[in-house]
Design a protein around this ligand. Structure first.
Ligand code: ADP
Length: 332
């Protein structure tokens, strides 16, 4: 792990792996501060949660180590140092901390607004029946709805990523899930004055029906949300049979296509919108609703069916979201 051959480090001072910003001036005066030396000095075990070890090539990595003295007849004659590369753990901790800070921020925003609204009513500053009072109640209600949506999305994503979400895959027809999803978003399309065209095909496939409807409604509602009035959103499906020369065990895949004539996605955001809480425009969540969690949830559901989800887009001209599902369920 350190890049040395045993003969290169035998009889060398421990400093060669411990050179770092804090103790790169290791000398006879401060060497005893190093926990490894402390073990030798006080004869006790020292557990260090975070330190940096240097490799022979000068690169370094975070480690956790335990220095245990070897005591013979009451005298410390050496120490055993057990160390572990914690690079991955540090990266996960960093991701977790970032996630927690974004989540707290996202939750605090609607909560502050609900608190403010209720406070105005509770202190009697506003009459609930007055026009302003009614408006404030409406704000509290909309923000409560947003909180519920956020918490549901966060829970869904957590369950998906930890593998705790159980998929019940059964035979359904593509036309069935398409019709169900279109019914769920039809009202939204009508309100936005957007024509929803879909050509359901009776292609059988093995899926978790509710989860695939969730993916379709999410992609359709995004398409509606980011389109201008009087435009069209299409939902199509195709059966793709594998090439003759591809591996025989490959099952046919079903390709779903959701196309809109909306504002499109800039090319530098084409991948990042699939990351948690990522929106093309920071004001999207305020103006258009949504949490920035929809696409990561959709991608995770599709991938756990053995499929892929991607997008092609032209700025100001529209986007096409595609996702594939194997016709026969795959174990994962
Ligand atoms: P949200 O809940 O914000 O819709 P998503 O993860 O579903 O979260 O989408 C993330 C972002 O991707 C959206 O906020 C939007 O900026 C962009 N986006 C998604 N679908 C489309 C689309 N059909 N047209 C344009 N932009 C889109």
């Amino acid at each position: 792990m350190l890049g040395y051959e045993p003969e290169e480090i035998i009889n060398q001072p421990i400093n060669i792996i411990l050179q770092n910003s804090q103790n790169n001036n290791l000398n006879n005066d401060n060497i005893n501060e190093v926990p490894i030396y402390k073990s030798l000095e006080d004869g006790t075990v020292h557990h260090i949660n975070h330190a940096i070890f240097y490799r022979k090539d000068g690169s370094y990595f975070p480690v956790e180590y335990i220095s245990t003295p070897i005591i013979e007849f009451g005298t410390t004659i050496g120490a055993v140092i057990t160390f572990k590369d914690i690079t991955e753990r540090k990266a996960i901790e960093k991701m977790k901390n970032e996630f927690i800070s974004i989540v707290s921020h996202e939750l605090r925003t609607p909560l502050t607004s609900i608190y403010g609204a209720l406070n105005l009513l509770a202190t009697g500053l506003l009459e609930p029946e007055s026009p302003k009072g009614k408006r404030v109640i409406q704000i509290a209600s909309e923000n409560s709805e947003r909180l519920v949506m956020l918490v549901n999305d966060i829970l869904d994503l957590e369950r998906l990523e930890s593998g705790k979400m159980k998929f019940i895959k059964q035979q359904w027809l593509a036309s069935d899930v398409m019709t169900a999803a279109v019914e769920l978003v039809q009202n939204m399309a009508n309100k936005a004055n957007i024509k929803l065209l879909f050509s359901p095909a009776a292609i059988p496939l093995e899926i978790d029906r509710d989860r695939i409807i969730q993916v379709l409604t999410n992609l359709l509602s995004n398409a509606i949300k980011f389109s201008s009035p009087n435009s069209t959103v299409w939902l199509n499906v195709q059966l793709q049979t594998p090439e003759l020369d591809s591996s025989p065990e490959k099952s046919p895949t079903v390709l779903f296509i959701i196309k809109d004539q909306g504002r499109g996605i800039p090319s530098d955001k084409i991948e990042s919108i699939f990351d948690r809480f990522q929106q093309v425009d920071a004001s999207d969540s305020r103006k258009k609703g949504g949490t920035g969690l929809g696409l990561p949830i959709c991608r995770s559901i599709v991938q756990q069916h053995g499929g892929n989800l991607w997008v092609e887009s032209n700025l100001d001209r529209g986007s096409i979201f595609y996702f594939t599902l194997p016709q026969q369920a795959v174990e994962n």
